[in-house]
Design a protein around this ligand. Structure first.
Ligand SMILES: [Zn+2]
Length: 300
């Protein structure tokens, strides 16, 4: 009797200890380079994927300096999700230094990159990395993330495919919302100044003009000549508003708006989400928050 009881207890202990850690170990560890990619990965991976981000909310991934702790996180990951297009200039060295065996997945694979031309003084010949600002591109990101998860964890393929399909549906609704809303703004008022050139894909997709004193990286120096040129442009082209960005210093934009007599629009989320309590805690919220700012500054 006692023996049976002890045997049952032993079996019970075994079940408890064996099943609890198995569940966490079972999760796919995915490290994204920045907050926007992490959010897309959470929407596709659901509960099965443990997603972390190297550059956090409101962080500037152009100018990021990785820490030894970041290397450790990569070493423990099964998937490393990067934007590509030269956005994370520091990632290749970090991957190498970490010795990780993780599969590196490029979210932007297959999109048509925006190539900068002669007119883009700071960026001649460079590629614009901010592809996520067009919803059509975000859909490509989601498909790439889905395919990478299915490959890494085929047992859960059906769940990843279903979650990706549901999220792609949300992106479709977002895209028609953007098109409808911007159609209500007269073409000549769809002109915006931002600190760095992060909205080129948005502008090309939804026919808005963005002008920035800085180039496609926040690391570009802005000269007095750049500032003078922008002020002239605001005046001659009657550009209605100048916007702040969550990842850049607002002082330059305030000065430009003041000198040009332009209206200061709200804060745009360009390269990072807001914190969880902010207006742009997810990709969908970020795009809607930016849209709301454009609408209030440019309509009428
Ligand atoms: Zn940027």
């Amino acid at each position: 009797m006692l023996r049976t009881w002890l045997g049952a207890l032993g079996a019970l202990t075994w079940i408890v200890t064996a099943s609890a850690p198995a569940q966490t170990q079972d999760k796919v560890r995915l490290v994204a380079t920045f907050s926007i990619l992490a959010d897309l990965a959470r929407n596709v991976g659901g509960e099965a994927v443990e997603v972390t981000s190297l550059v956090g909310p409101n962080g500037d991934a152009h100018a990021y300096s990785p820490s030894p702790a970041d290397g450790k996180r990569l070493a423990d990951a099964r998937l490393v999700l990067v934007n590509g297009l030269g956005f994370e200039g520091w990632i290749d060295r970090l991957v190498k230094a970490s010795g990780t065996k993780a599969v590196v997945v490029t979210a932007s694979r297959g999109i048509k990159p925006r190539q900068m031309t002669d007119e883009d003084e700071h960026d001649h010949g460079k590629i614009d990395p901010h592809a996520w600002q067009s919803v059509a591109n975000a859909k490509v990101y989601v498909a790439n993330i889905r395919d990478a998860l299915v490959k890494a964890d085929p047992a859960r393929a059906a769940a990843y495919e279903a979650d990706a399909a549901a999220y792609l549906g949300k992106l479709d609704s977002l895209e028609s919302e953007i098109k409808t809303m911007l159609a209500a703004i007269p073409a000549e008022r769809r002109k915006v100044i931002t600190t760095h050139d992060a909205f080129g894909y948005f502008g090309a997709a939804y026919r808005m003009q963005f002008i920035a004193p800085q180039g496609v990286s926040t690391e570009t120096e802005v000269s007095a000549r750049d500032v003078a040129r922008i002020i002239r442009q605001i005046k001659t082209q009657k550009i209605p508003a100048v916007f702040m960005e969550n990842v850049t210093d607002p002082r330059l934009m305030k000065r430009i708006a003041e000198e040009a007599g332009a209206k200061i629009g709200g804060k745009l989320y360009s390269d990072a989400l807001s914190g969880p309590d902010g207006p742009a805690a997810t990709y969908l919220d970020m795009m809607r928050s930016n849209l709301k700012e454009f609408k209030s500054a440019l309509a009428n």
